[in-house]
Design a protein around this ligand. Structure first.
Ligand code: PFF
Length: 514
């Protein structure tokens, strides 16, 4: 007999878990920088438009699909048509591969948590990070051995992930009660400390001064959509899995709105913490804010330690708080990616949860070892670029087409409306069937093709006599060698696609019963 599906203990816990997945490192090290770079305060307009036309609609779609099919992504897509099960596996595998490097970043955070106690990074925070911590080699082919402490940090991260999802939604529910409020409180402490520092207002004016002309630039709009997709954890099957554990009468639409608005709010708030302190750094170094601004690992592991050095009042405590904040921000995003895979496997094979969790965690940990090597940062950079730009957009696009056209957007809409306070109208169908897929397709093409070059050539303004094949594609990402782009980019995506096809063709317990 089929075992009854576990459900979240309350709607509140579900929303906390979804917020926990959405709010991650991206909120702190991606949003503020993207906002600054693409129009400052004016960026908030495309950001909200993207939230309303793609973020919230896709969140409703993912929650609603999981809720309706009572299944994680693979079985949910199989319920649309048997032959589309692979789409669910592709989503889940892409997410698991994101997790292979997300875990390494968390491993660095563990190391920095220890360094923060005596601010071991010293004054040359850049040299300390790249040479001391990463032991970065001269090139992507020069891999070397794994760096012991990073490997240990990665292991700690996976232990945390393994135990957080050990009892599925029941244990997740307990963990997120800590890992959601704690980083938000810490972030608030950084906002308060930040805005009371000298130079803070300069920093904030860089963050928020609107450049209205930016609204005319299509790149700004694409960036806003990209930010919304990544930040909301959409496109890797996570929210489908989480939605599948909602009790039958849950208000899906309401939960989707709360999750999306909370994530957006925390993005906005993180900007205050980041830019006020960047303003302070610029002030103390007598530089322009534009000279010190950074995003990604450079912000967290080079610039922030430098800022912490300059705090007069208990800097060590702020160091510990900062890395604790990153760890608690990241862990619930991390285990949500793994849970999507674990739930999908249990749906398919009905295996014991602890064994599936152990196997998936071990395999993903093993893949992650590559990024703990001396060339780890280069590989991380490539894999991140291809998975978050192409992988996520491809899954999102497939999701919209399959639900919008093959299954019928109206069926999901009617399903969620049955139990939701806010009734969604036909606008939602339009977003799923037209707006979001068009934007996603555009995102893929704009990354792949040299749109400006093509436009210039068509208008007869291109470089004299340059052949089309030189103009058509964008140069390879960051100039990494072609073999590495192949292996960590297209090759990886192809491998994930083939793996998804193979897994979906393996017999499931349902085939056995059929
Ligand atoms: N939303 C997370 C962040 O902003 O850091 C990253 C993420 C987690 C993306 C889980 C996708 C995902 F499925």
């Amino acid at each position: 007999m089929e075992k009854k599906r576990d459900t979240w203990d309350s709607r509140f816990i579900f929303v906390m878990a979804a917020i926990g997945s959405a709010v991650g490192l991206g909120n702190v090290w991606r949003f503020p920088y993207t906002c600054y770079k693409y129009g400052g305060g004016a960026f908030l307009i495309p950001f909200f438009v993207a939230l309303l036309t793609a973020g919230i609609p896709l969140m409703i779609l993912e929650f609603g699909l999981g809720h309706k099919m009572r299944a994680a992504a693979p079985l949910a897509f199989r319920s649309i048509r048997k032959k589309y099960e692979w789409v669910g596996w592709f989503a889940v595998l892409t997410g698991l591969f994101v997790m292979t490097y997300y875990g390494v970043v968390m491993g660095w955070c563990f190391r920095y948590l220890a360094y923060a106690i005596n601010m071991a990074w010293g004054n040359d925070t850049q040299g300390f990070f790249y040479n001391g911590v990463l032991k970065l080699s001269g090139g992507i082919g020069d891999i070397g051995a794994p760096v012991g402490w990073t490997l240990f940090g990665l292991f700690l991260c996976w232990l945390g992930v393994f135990f957080s999802i050990i009892k599925g939604v029941k244990s997740v529910g307990k963990v997120v009660m800590w890992t959601v409020p704690v980083p938000v409180i810490l972030l608030l402490a950084f906002v308060i400390r930040g805005v009371t520092l000298p130079g803070a207002m300069d920093g904030l004016s860089y963050y928020l001064t609107p450049d209205l002309m930016a609204l005319l630039d299509w790149e700004v709009w694409l960036q806003a959509y990209g930010q919304v997709f990544f930040s909301l954890s959409i496109g890797f099957g996570v929210m489908i899995a989480y939605g599948s554990f909602l009790s039958e009468d849950s208000d899906v639409t309401n939960c989707a709105f709360i999750t999306c608005l909370a994530d957006a709010g925390i993005c906005f708030m993180a900007g205050f913490a980041v830019f006020s302190t960047l303003g302070y750094l610029a002030f103390t170094e007598g530089k322009d804010v534009a000279e010190v601004v950074k995003s990604g690992p450079g912000l967290a592991f080079v610039t922030y330690p430098l800022i912490i050095n300059k705090l007069h009042f208990i800097p060590q405590a702020f160091g510990v708080m900062f890395f604790l904040m990153l760890l608690t921000l990241g862990i619930d995003s991390a285990f949500s990616l793994v849970e999507a895979g674990v739930a999908g496997s249990i749906d398919k094979w009905g295996l014991n949860r602890v064994s599936v969790n152990a196997i998936i965690s071990f395999l993903a940990f093993a893949f992650g070892i590559l990024y703990t090597t001396r060339a780890g940062l280069y590989w991380l950079d490539i894999v991140d670029f291809y998975l978050t730009n192409y992988g996520l957009a491809i899954v999102g696009l497939l999701e919209c087409v399959l639900v919008g056209y093959v299954y019928g957007a109206d069926k999901i809409r009617e399903h969620v409306n049955r139990t939701s306070e806010i009734r969604i109208g036909v606008w939602w169908d339009l977003c799923i069937k037209i707006v979001t897929p068009v934007i996603l397709l555009w995102m893929i093409l704009a990354k792949l093709l040299n749109v400006n070059g093509i436009a210039a050539k068509l208008a007869g303004r291109g470089p004299e006599g340059a052949p089309w094949r030189e103009i058509l594609f964008n140069p390879p990402y960051e100039g990494y060698p072609a073999w590495a782009q192949m292996a960590g980019g297209w090759g990886l995506l192809l491998a994930l696609f083939v793996a998804a096809l193979i897994i979906s063709s393996v017999k499931s317990r349902r085939d056995g019963n059929a």
